[in-house]
Design a protein around this ligand. Structure first.
Ligand SMILES: Nc1ncnc2c1ncn2[C@@H]1O[C@H](COP(=O)(O)OP(=O)(O)OP(=O)(O)O)[C@@H](O)[C@H]1O
Ligand SMILES: [Mg+2]
Length: 310
């Protein structure tokens, strides 16, 4: 099975500053990380710290300014065919199940497309069997009913299950989940994370889990990588990072979260429902503020591009 490795990844964006000269924003600056099969690595950090930019580079929606991405030690070639082969192996679940599913196509169509494009099915019979297997694996049914629906006819949680099924359709080895539950109702967040965790085990997936939520990062991941202003400030086994944070920024994040020594950090759904989301106000304005105007279009555009080329 497959290990995904990022080596000294960097991404610079040119943005317009206050003057006439363009300003370089170092959205990601020398980040390395490894995600192994059957393992989940959590990427945490405040808004604008570069988490999604890393995800987009790893899924090849965005070209790195510097650095390498390897699968089992092999560098990824460029060009359409190499990208297609890569996307069969590395898939992504986005934050927003509304914008990541095409509103004008029934679910069947959205799941069949990756199955065909990646050569998973050849006959109609295989197609039907695989569609049912996919829905089964995300605990959705009855299949005929779900497949005939349009995205707006499903709940947010059901839609995210479909997005997960679509990501699983090419039978990937690596799954990148960028805040996969933060747009969902708090009451169903845990069950979706539990589903991703079960799938990781069943399929021996390597999972990169991007989140603001330290409690679920600790619960669902072996390693935590903490980012700030595009750089990694701390990393280590999840419990170590949460219980003995070394970097002052990680200490700040942990302090802003419910007390990790308290029961609130256990994932009892009732208690979890009451625990606030992590909110951190940075003590100094970082690149996040400078580049904030650029954020708005990036997520939807990324989704659209991925769908067009997947
Ligand atoms: N296409 C772009 N052009 C210019 N700047 C960009 C672009 N995409 C991202 N940025 C900037 O890069 C920085 C990192 O953004 P990124 O979306 O990776 O942060 P994030 O950690 O995912 O934040 P959040 O937690 O809010 O999702 C931000 O300052 C953002 O404004
Ligand atoms: Mg993000």
């Amino acid at each position: 099975m497959t290990t995904l490795e990022a080596l000294h990844l960097a991404k610079d964006y040119q943005i317009r500053g206050s003057g006439l000269r363009p300003h370089i924003l170092k959205a990601v600056d020398d980040v390395s990380l490894v995600v192994r099969p059957g393992e989940s690595v959590a990427l945490v950090g405040e808004s604008g710290s570069g988490k999604s930019t890393i995800a987009k580079m790893l899924i090849r929606l965005v070209d790195p300014t510097a650095g390498d991405i390897t699968l089992d030690g092999e560098r990824i070639g460029s060009g359409h065919r190499a990208t297609k082969r890569y996307r069969k192996r590395v898939q992504m679940v986005f934050q927003d199940p509304f914008s990541s599913l095409n509103p004008s196509l029934p679910i069947r169509h959205q799941l069949v497309r990756p199955l065909r494009i990646h050569g998973i099915v050849r006959t109609r019979a295989e197609e039907e069997r695989e569609l049912r297997r996919l829905l089964d694996s995300v605990n959705l049914g009855p299949a005929a009913e779900i497949l005939a629906k349009y995205p707006h006819e499903l709940s947010g949680g059901q839609r995210q299950r479909i997005a997960i099924a679509r990501a699983l359709a090419p039978q990937p080895e690596v799954l990148i989940a960028d805040e996969p539950v933060s747009m969902l109702d708090v009451s169903i967040r845990l069950e979706i994370l539990q589903l991703l965790d079960d799938l990781k085990r069943q399929r021996n997936l390597a999972v990169l889990y991007i989140t603001h939520d330290l409690a679920t990062a600790r619960h669902f991941s072996t390693q935590i990588v903490v980012m700030r202003h595009g750089r990694v400030v701390e990393r280590g086994p999840s419990s170590d990072v949460i219980l003995n944070p070394i970097h002052p920024y990680t200490q700040l994040l942990v302090r802003a979260a419910p007390d990790p020594h308290s029961e609130a950090f256990e994932l009892d759904p009732e208690r979890y429902r009451r625990s606030p989301d992590v909110l951190v106000t940075p003590d100094d304005p970082g690149p996040a503020e400078q580049g904030h105007w650029a954020r708005a279009w990036t997520d939807d555009a990324a989704v659209a591009e991925l769908l067009a080329t997947a």
